[in-house]
Design a protein. Structure first.
Length: 55
């Protein structure tokens, strides 16, 4: 059985940069019975819903 396009979240093709100069990485958290993907800056530890929100 094939995996849907929306389920593929671990592969990143380009890097996102935060305004502080740190690199943004995606993380998957398991909270209250649900998987939640968040973007976090390595340098300032700021978290957003997706990497595009750091602009």
């Amino acid at each position: 059985m094939a995996v849907s396009k929306n389920a593929r979240t671990t592969v990143t093709t380009h890097k996102f940069m935060c305004s502080c100069g740190g690199e943004v990485h995606m993380k998957t958290l398991f909270e209250s019975g649900k998987l939640k993907n968040i973007a976090e800056c390595d340098k300032c530890k700021r978290t957003e819903r997706r990497p595009k929100d750091f602009r």
